[in-house]
Write a protein that binds this ligand. Structure first.
Ligand code: FAD
Length: 287
């Protein structure tokens, strides 16, 4: 099913997985996806890693398996930095053959082998995909994109994605919901009307949240620091603090009428179960 149709009908609930590296990436990731599907998400998205980490070829295959299992829908990510139109054509043909109807159109991050070829920005990829017949998602940034110094300009760039033909948005993670509410108001003012699935990632450790914060520019509020200080050096206590904090964020977002909730599961079905239970308890999800 197309994600824009799902989001037009209800508040959505979805998960993200990344294909693991190794000899059996497709099998491992498919197993995780099948476990996540037991929580009845509206879709599961599969990340795409261009240039180097070697999992991009697995993305379409895993998305195809999620789709063909019939329990939920697949959203296949696609980055365009370093890609040609021919690369994109081949990937889209693969998705269609596998029955995948949804693609998240991204630029990707700078890195070796990712010089700009046929697409400079995600909006160029979105425009190119517009006649593909696929449902097209795009990324949005509640605190502004990390490379963009000015929040207003970041919103203008987001509007260009809508104008190019995006059908829905998935947000970057954040740890302070006030940033999202401010962003939602800015979208209203800028006439960005696409439904937004709000991305939340339970942090797993001090190191991991520091890395994420530097990679994507998410602010770490004192409420998070206090929980991590209380958890001390115990890895399990740090993980538990992350899941509890994410559940509180999600319950607050649900109460504030968001269009959808998207969980960066870090490939951990236990995380998916915990957030699913919290969202059932608060009435966002049916039992
Ligand atoms: P763009 O929209 O092209 O933006 C990139 C930068 O260019 C921004 O600073 C923007 O402000 C600026 N810009 C945009 N338009 C213009 C313009 N017209 N003129 C000047 N500047 C402009 N990365 C992966 O490698 N694989 C994944 O699977 C993946 N999944 C993601 C999923 C989500 C939900 C999100 C939020 C991010 C994901 N990323 C992924 C990371 C993403 O690739 C990076 O955030 C990347 O830096 C930007 O991607 P974009 O599609 O938003 O790019």
């Amino acid at each position: 099913m197309r994600i824009d149709d799902i989001m037009a009908a209800k508040q959505s609930f979805s998960f993200e997985i990344f294909p693991p590296k190794g000899d059996l990436p497709v099998d491992q990731a498919t197993e995780i996806a099948h476990e996540l599907a037991d929580c009845h998400p509206d879709w599961i998205s599969v990340t795409f890693s261009a240039g180097g980490s070697g999992n991009s070829s697995a993305t379409a295959a895993i998305a195809g398996r999620i789709q063909s299992a019939g329990k939920t829908n697949a959203l296949a990510h696609l980055t365009c930095m370093g890609s040609t139109k021919a690369d994109v054509d081949a990937y889209i043909a693969q998705l269609k053959e596998l029955g995948v109807e949804n693609v998240l159109a991204l630029r990707g991050d700078h890195g070796p082998g990712r010089e700009i070829r046929d697409f400079a920005y995600a909006k160029d990829l979105i425009a190119y995909l517009k006649d593909s017949g696929l449902c097209i998602g795009a990324a949005c940034y509640p605190e502004g994109h990390v490379e963009c110094q000015d929040f207003t300009t970041s919103i203008e760039h987001l509007k260009q994605k809508q104008d190019a033909g995006a059908d829905f948005l998935v947000s970057q993670l954040f740890f302070d919901n006030e940033y999202f509410y401010r962003f939602r108001e800015a979208c209203d003012r800028a006439r960005v009307k696409l439904p937004i699935s709000v991305g939340i990632m339970p942090f797993t450790s001090v190191k991991q949240i520091q890395r994420m914060s530097f990679t994507c520019g998410a602010s770490i509020p004192s409420a998070v620091i206090k929980r991590l200080v209380a958890a001390g050096d115990d890895p399990e206590a740090q993980r538990q603090a992350g899941v509890e904090y994410a559940c509180e964020q999600l319950v607050d977002l649900a109460a504030n009428g968001v269009d959808g909730l998207h969980i960066y599961t870090m490939n951990r079905p236990s995380v998916a179960e915990a957030v699913h239970d919290a969202l059932v308890t608060c009435g966002y999800l049916a039992e």
